[in-house]
Ligand binder design. Structure first.
Ligand code: URA
Ligand code: SF4
Length: 250
């Protein structure tokens, strides 16, 4: 069976788009095959092209800091890119280059089968959420084609502007909670045991779930806490207007 290393070897020898002509090294991606999180960037930059490894320049240092801030390290996650060879002068990858290269990312996703895919920047977001704006889509978990996509801005943007840095840090801080929810969803047996609560507590409407909060959807409203839409009996008998000419006393 094909492995991630087989795939990396295909990438290193790939000449399927013009980017192969200007690369020093292709950058297939790296990380454990059983990683829970797959990060997808845009494409290799100068340092990545030199070393053949993803996110090893300044943006990579920031990504490592972000991982540390949630108690993780880069050897626990898989890091890949939309295109595996550096676009000259770090220009945007062209649509034809992205489509020529997408077969490799598709296979990486299948082989890793991650619990969570974090897209870094607009190019990788667009693969799953075409036509959406990153400033609106960022920081919310989105189910797409059976996968869980969490779009955030590209770490390189965080190096340029403090507001972007703040936004990326805020979004990143949601990742551990998302992972908890997704792990539980994937394996309900791993859920912590529920305490046997007194009956009077059980009648309370449930609080919004972590899932609702993380996915940014408005919390589901419990029907029991809402007034019925059409009460069977009006609460008060309707007050009729007095017939014309008749004095109303109260
Ligand atoms: N930026 C990316 O999008 N990918 C890298 O690997 C490095 C910088
Ligand atoms: Fe092949 Fe992708 Fe490199 Fe293009 S960018 S040459 S498709 S590996």
């Amino acid at each position: 069976m094909e492995t991630l290393e087989d795939l990396a070897e295909l990438v290193r020898n790939c000449t399927d788009c013009p980017l192969h002509g200007s690369r020093t090294n292709a950058v297939p991606g790296e990380g454990p095959a059983n990683a829970e999180i797959l990060f997808i960037g845009e494409g290799p930059g100068f340092h990545e092209d030199r070393q053949g490894r993803p996110f090893v320049g300044p943006a990579g240092n920031f990504l490592e800091e972000l991982l540390q801030s949630i108690g993780m390290s880069r050897d626990q996650v898989y890091i890949a890119n939309m295109v595996k060879c550096r676009p000259p002068n770090n220009r945007d990858p062209a649509p034809g280059e992205i489509s020529a290269c997408s077969k490799y990312l598709d296979r990486q996703i299948e082989l890793i089968n991650p619990l969570l895919i974090v897209t870094l920047g607009r190019f990788s977001m667009s693969r799953f959420l075409p036509g959406q704006s990153i400033s609106r889509a960022r920081g919310r978990l989105r189910p797409v084609g059976g996968r869980h996509i969490f779009p955030i801005m590209h770490p390189a943007a965080g190096l340029r502007r403090q507001e972007m840095r703040d936004a990326i840090e805020q979004d990143f801080a949601k990742v551990p909670g998302l992972l908890d929810v997704l792990r539980m969803q994937a394996d309900p047996a791993s859920a912590p045991a529920v305490r046997d609560e007194p009956a009077e507590y059980r009648a309370e409407p449930p609080t919004p779930s972590l899932w609702d909060m993380m996915s940014g959807e408005p919390p589901a409203v419990d029907a029991r806490s809402q007034p019925p839409e059409r009460p069977e009996e009006p609460a008060e008998p309707p007050v009729d207007e007095p017939p014309p000419g008749q004095q109303r006393l109260f």
